[in-house]
Design a protein around this ligand. Structure first.
Ligand code: MEV
Length: 394
């Protein structure tokens, strides 16, 4: 039943988080964004069981079980006929999925964070694994862990949807015959986007695109173009203020509805900043003093949209005192900021010390690692990432 070779019936997947360098929020309205993958990933390990379906969300210390019968009865209506026909769920479908899922989760485990993760699992399992037919549902044990802070703007949800999509597609042998080829990646991206749609309502698709394809990309209205630029070093700073992407995207949407003549030019200006950076990269011109000014302007415009936060403002202000430029990354309202670290910068250690003293968490890294990967075994997965969570680092 489990369509893999004997002795190889385990699946190991990693998918990275992302940092949006320029263009968040405006990208929801068709403007371009520049975003890159991070060396922080989500990890999924799937293995074949004799019966039942089990989801282990390691970071939530949560384990859920469903019988095959329960899965077939509750989610039979969501099974698709062909994994290549990725249908976008309507609001009614999502509501129906949600109420069916509620009935299958113990009442004491219905926390606001866990439910979306469970919902997405049920959606991807029933749609993808269910495509084999209601009598062919696979008993699987699915373990998920992540190095990414949740709700911090680093694409934790997209790396989760990407990992799970790839794992479920691999479980039915729809991808990964010989590694992941471009049509495999395209399929994973479509499923991850449809799952993001369930989580965030109106995502642009940039987060899942980075998690799937990796590197640094220009994303505009669903079109993904790899960007050539020198290695960019950044300092990521976590405000530790939790927020929801959907709430912030809705906030901008409301502002735009109330003041279209004010908000549209702000979105246009953000788009123009991204275009300017892209144009310079295309010319092979990485003028860091120009880049830092564009970062400052992008932050100012995001603040005008109402998606900054006093903690983010504090970080940007502190960075400026040491000659660095920072901006929020992702949806804002808390979450993370980044500062560009131009080659040969001085004052970074002092900035990091001050940030830590103020209670922020910071991490120095490069942008543009690989996207989603299938691994042969846990050793390979461990070697491919330094930041492997404890549960996999046995
Ligand atoms: C979230 O990481 C980025 C936003 O632009 C939303 C989206 O693109 O879907 C705020």
């Amino acid at each position: 039943m489990f369509e893999m070779e004997a002795g190889k019936n385990e699946i190991f997947v990693t998918a990275p988080g992302k940092v949006i360098l320029f263009g968040e929020h405006a990208v929801v309205y068709g403007k371009p964004a520049l975003a890159g993958s991070l060396d922080l990933s989500t990890f999924v390990h799937v293995w074949h069981k004799d019966q039942d379906i089990c989801l282990r969300l390691v970071d939530f210390s949560m384990t859920l079980h469903w019988t095959i019968k329960q899965m077939a009865e509750s989610f039979g209506g969501f099974m698709c006929k062909d994994v290549h026909d990725v249908a976008m769920f309507s609001a009614e479908d999502i509501e129906r999925l949600h109420s069916n899922a509620q009935l299958c989760v113990p009442a004491d485990q219905r926390t606001s964070v866990d439910i979306p993760a469970v919902l997405v699992f049920l959606y991807l399992y029933s749609s993808i694994v269910g495509s084999k037919g209601i009598t062919q549902l696979l008993p699987l044990d699915v373990e998920v862990a992540s190095c990414l802070p949740i709700g911090a703007g680093l694409g934790s949800s997209a790396s989760y949807t990407t990992c799970l999509s790839a794992a479920m597609l691999k479980a039915v042998d729809a991808i990964g015959k010989k590694g992941l080829n471009s049509s495999d990646l395209e399929l994973v991206n479509q499923w991850a986007f449809s799952a993001e749609h369930i989580l965030h309502g109106r995502p642009s698709g940039v987060d899942n695109a980075v998690s799937v394809f990796g590197g640094l990309i220009n994303f505009k209205a669903g079109e993904i173009t790899p960007v050539k630029c020198p290695v960019l070093e950044i300092l990521l700073i976590d405000t530790k203020v939790k927020r929801e992407t959907k709430t912030l995207v809705d906030k901008v949407h409301k502002r735009k509805s109330v003041w279209p003549a004010v908000v549209q030019p702000v979105l246009d200006a953000i788009g123009a900043i991204t275009d300017t950076v892209q144009h310079n990269f295309n010319l092979g011109n990485t003028d860091f003093s120009e880049l830092t000014q564009l970062i400052d302007m992008n932050q100012g415009l995001l603040s005008t949209l109402g998606v900054s936060h006093p903690k983010l403002d504090e970080i940007c202000h502190l960075a400026m005192q040491y000659g660095f430029s920072g901006k929020l990354t992702g949806a804002g309202g808390g979450g993370c900021a980044y500062c560009l670290v131009p080659p040969g910068s001085v004052g970074l250690e002092e900035l990091m010390r001050d940030l830590k003293q103020k209670g922020f968490c910071c991490w120095r890294t490069n942008v543009g690692r690989s996207g989603v990967l299938l691994h042969k075994n846990v050793e390979e997965m461990r070697q491919s990432k330094n930041n492997i969570p404890k549960c996999f680092a046995k």
